[in-house]
Design a binder for this molecule. Structure first.
Ligand code: GLC
Length: 434
């Protein structure tokens, strides 16, 4: 059952100002599932038991791992913070945890992966977040449930009798303490996920009572008072630090109890979070950019995921995706950082983002010579493309508008070049009158 918690366990907006300003982060899903290269849920999907999953542990040796390279790409792509899977659902830990042997230091690679990661991303100026999985398909005290690899064993319920979730909850607190005390200031903690109502063949789901979420949250607050905590602990509150729509773009800004909240959508380059060799659903540059712009236009953040390979590299498709962001953000980031939802309504085929008196028109469908903006007549001082700071004009009073598409009384009609500027999504910056 969901536990209700007091609002003062959550952050006031001022403490989240950096987050809503920065808008764009990098999600990294990396672990021994990268060797299977067919989804980070492979252990569950294929119902692989510990003995058969062990080959990924025994062969894990990311010899090309260079987090400085990852961090450089993140910075160039315009990403301002990073969230790394310190532990995913398979229970494998990237750091040298004292609470388990199931960690990077015991694989053939033999070294801690987390500290060099944190150092590299900090050096590039990014804020640091850790994803920590609530489910754990390796821990011996984690009860078998509908997602567990052993769920279809006839003796699953029997096996559960010796599994003590209380010991597992204590294990999580020990690990979270390590993560929040051993690596300097951590800015975000991303717990994933709860499913209290989902029962399977009599095996119950898990939620706040199992995770002891309230205690966990109090511990987090004690160790890291300003940290942003996501909303997947199964704790009910009107004031979550952030809500986290996954793999879709909301149509309107998410509300909690009817009120606007800080939110961040998480998305992938290709569908899976972990490295998936044979996936063919990689998004195009325009799609990648639109996901970012769509989110900011609704006042939200984007956490875009990469699944590095088991060699420790980004594959070429991921590099191309980062390049698409880097190229566009180099010229257009001021329409993203510190920007949010506009009070004006964008026309079809466009999105608006706004920062003070700067209104940014992101043009998804290049129109034929005229862009009609309702509600903006007489409101604009100056207009320019962001990619080259070239002026965008509109007809002066008394001009012959006979050959222009008719607008309404409040319509501002911008005169566009026939040829679309050579960027994936052109942006016009409108400087509004005070
Ligand atoms: C889902 C999946 C998981 C992924 C996460 C990211 O909840 O369980 O594999 O880490 O989404 O939001």
């Amino acid at each position: 059952m969901t536990t209700s918690v007091s609002p003062d366990l959550f952050l006031p907006n001022e403490k989240k100002a950096w987050f809503t300003h920065d808008r764009f982060g990098m999600f990294v899903h990396w672990g021994i599932y990268a060797l299977a290269a067919r989804h980070e849920w492979v252990k569950s999907r294929e119902e692989i038991d510990d003995a058969n999953y062990q080959k990924y542990f025994d062969n894990f040796d990311p010899d090309l791992y260079d987090p400085r390279e990852w961090a450089r790409r993140a910075r160039e792509a315009g990403m301002k913070y990073v969230v790394l899977t310190a532990k995913h659902h398979d229970g494998f830990c990237l750091w040298d945890s004292a609470a388990t042997d199931y960690k990077a230091t015991n694989t053939p690679y033999g070294k801690d992966l987390l500290r060099p990661f944190v150092d590299a991303f900090r050096a590039e100026g990014l804020k640091i977040g850790f994803y920590y999985s609530l489910p754990d398909w390796h821990h011996p005290d984690f009860g078998i449930d509908m997602y567990h690899p052993l769920r279809n064993r006839p003796d699953a319920a029997e096996l559960n009798k010796s599994r003590d979730i209380k010991r597992y909850a204590a294990y999580m607190r020990q690990q979270v303490t390590e993560l929040l005390t051993g690596y300097g200031k951590i800015d975000i903690i991303w717990f994933d996920f709860s499913y209290p109502e989902r029962t399977y063949n009599g095996l119950p789901g898990k939620g706040s009572n199992d995770w002891e979420s309230l205690e966990l949250l109090k511990l987090v607050r004690k160790l890291a008072p300003d940290i942003i905590v996501n909303n997947r602990l199964d704790l009910e509150t009107d004031t979550p630090d952030m809500v986290t729509p996954e793999q879709y773009t909301p149509r309107t800004p998410p509300l909690v109890s009817g009120k606007p909240v800080t939110w961040e959508m998480c998305q992938t380059f290709s569908g899976s979070w972990g490295y998936y060799r044979d996936e063919e659903s990689w998004k195009s540059p325009a799609q990648l950019l639109q996901i970012l712009i769509d989110g900011v236009a609704l006042g939200g953040n984007l956490l875009m995921n990469v699944g590095p390979t088991a060699r420790g590299t980004f594959d070429q498709r991921a590099i191309d995706a980062f390049d698409a962001y880097a190229k566009w953000m180099h010229l257009h980031s001021r329409a993203i950082y510190g920007a949010g939802q506009s009070t004006y309504q964008a026309p079809d085929g466009c999105r608006f983002t706004q920062k003070g008196n700067r209104l940014y028109v992101h043009i998804y469908n290049w129109p034929n010579q005229y862009l009609l903006l309702d509600g903006l007549a007489g409101r604009v001082k100056y207009a320019q493309f962001l990619n080259d700071a070239s002026e965008v004009q509109w007809p002066k009073e008394g001009a012959d508008t006979h050959f222009m598409p008719p607008g309404g009384e409040t319509t501002l009609t911008l005169l566009l070049p026939v040829k679309k500027p050579d960027v994936v999504i052109p942006v016009i910056e409108l400087i509004l009158k005070d």
